[in-house]
Design a protein around this ligand. Structure first.
Ligand SMILES: [Zn+2]
Length: 151
């Protein structure tokens, strides 16, 4: 079915890389009075392993841009619940109720309804331990806390 001269001509046209399969078909049909179709040419060339495609110049390897960094999360340090500090366990706390609280007794809450109750210095509301706890530097100002809540 494929005359060798036709095949040779087809291959030479294909290797010239200037003819599409349709153009090769037309050229062969004109020259050899055949009636090859574009797809017949394409199939034959494919079986012969001949390509009509111009080889694409190798593209420069695209240097991958480093992925943009994800935006930093707004710094949000973990807020310690106030209760953690207020209800800090105190080993020598007497844990008295409000009814039992008297003057010169520490009024620091140690539990939901209990207070430290230890002896306080004159004029002080809290024992030495809790006075220190009460004057610990605040981690956040009220303004910061309010800002966080509103955000
Ligand atoms: Zn106390």
């Amino acid at each position: 079915m494929w005359a060798q001269e036709v095949v040779d001509e087809m291959i030479s046209l294909a290797q010239a890389k200037t003819h599409s399969c349709a153009m090769i078909a037309d050229a062969l049909n004109a020259k050899f009075s055949t009636s090859y179709t574009r797809s017949a040419i394409a199939g034959k060339l494919h079986r012969l392993g001949v390509s009509t495609q111009k080889e694409e110049p190798k593209k420069k390897a695209v240097v991958a841009k480093p992925a943009p960094r994800p935006p930093r999360p707004l710094s949000s340090p973990v807020l310690q619940p106030v209760e953690d500090i207020a209800l800090a366990p105190s080993p020598d706390a007497l844990n008295v109720t409000m009814m039992q609280l008297e003057k010169r007794m520490c009024k620091w809450p140690t539990d939901t309804d209990l207070y430290c109750g230890r002896h306080t210095e004159f004029g002080q509301s809290y024992c030495n331990v809790h006075r220190k706890a009460g004057t610990m530097p605040a981690r956040y100002s009220v303004r910061q806390l309010v800002g966080r809540i509103r955000r």
